[in-house]
Design a protein around this ligand. Structure first.
Ligand code: ADP
Ligand code: MG
Length: 243
């Protein structure tokens, strides 16, 4: 097995608010890790440190063997490898769906516009939106926008995908389509870390469920272990409320 992500004793503080208090986690290639836990427990902060959107206060982060804390590491190379999808999709309203998807690889000179368009159409097909390629984001539903955001992240050909509550801002009837795209990605072998409150998705798709509370990983295991027999009192309490 190859570790795609290795996190050792990660701490992150905002001023005197210590948000991450010593996180240790290894994610293997092709593994799907689902993170659950109460609001404010540091899940988003943790994901953001993996993409260097936040700098850790201390600790070690290795992504594909690159040390994120080492100033010599070319962070753009690391970021190209790590796709991220947020709750809010932030598509450019003046660009078409296809233009949104291919913007980053073309701007960064990763591929020609022609190749990017072919890849973009392939990705839009993958997320079920090929017929919307020329539409503007305002013409799409929230769920469709989020699927475009996933295609946009995939256009950089990442080897790891991070999802931060990708369905939390969606109307309930849109959630299923987005989760299906994520399920397909997982089945194709993408290495994924997903923060979500969708416990059904966690049960079905996660190789491992990680429970965050108060800046610590309090519990982790297979979905069966965590959902059916949680050991940590906070995990028991949280799961009693959400299941
Ligand atoms: P979660 O995603 O689990 O809800 P977050 O990582 O968003 O938790 O937040 C954890 C804590 O960090 C909260 O107390 C929040 O107020 C604080 N926090 C998050 N981002 C920032 C920031 N940019 N500046 C200051 N405090 C922050
Ligand atoms: Mg969050």
């Amino acid at each position: 097995m190859t570790a795609k992500v290795t996190v050792k004793d990660l701490h992150k503080a905002y001023g005197d608010n210590e948000v991450l208090k010593g996180i240790n986690l290894e994610v293997q290639e092709n593994e799907v890790v689902v993170m659950i836990g109460p609001s404010g427990s540091g899940k988003s902060t943790f994901l953001r440190t993996l993409n260097k959107l936040e700098d850790p206060t201390s600790g070690e982060i290795l992504i594909n063997g690159y040390n994120l804390v080492d100033k010599k590491t070319d962070i753009n190379k690391v970021r190209e490898n790590v796709g991220m999808v947020f709750q809010h999709f932030n598509l450019f309203p003046h660009l078409s769906v296809l233009e949104n998807v291919i913007l980053a690889p073309v701007e960064l000179g990763k591929m020609s516009k022609e190749d990017a368009k072919a890849l973009g159409m392939q990705l839009l097909t993958q997320v079920g939106l090929a017929e919307k390629a020329d539409a503007k984001p305002t013409q799409l539903s929230g769920g469709q926008k989020q699927r475009v955001a996933i295609a946009r992240a995939l256009a950089m050909k990442p080897s790891i995908m991070l999802f931060d509550e990708p369905t939390s801002a969606l109307d309930p009837e849109m959630v299923g389509d987005v989760l299906q795209v994520m399920r397909d990605l997982a089945e194709d072998g993408m290495t994924m870390i997903v923060v979500t409150h969708e416990m059904g998705f966690a049960k079905q798709v996660a190789d491992r469920v990680v429970f965050f509370a108060d800046g610590y990983i309090r519990e982790q295991g297979t979905p069966e272990e965590v959902f059916n027999n949680p050991q940590d009192p906070r995990a028991q309490d949280f799961l009693n409320k959400v299941l």
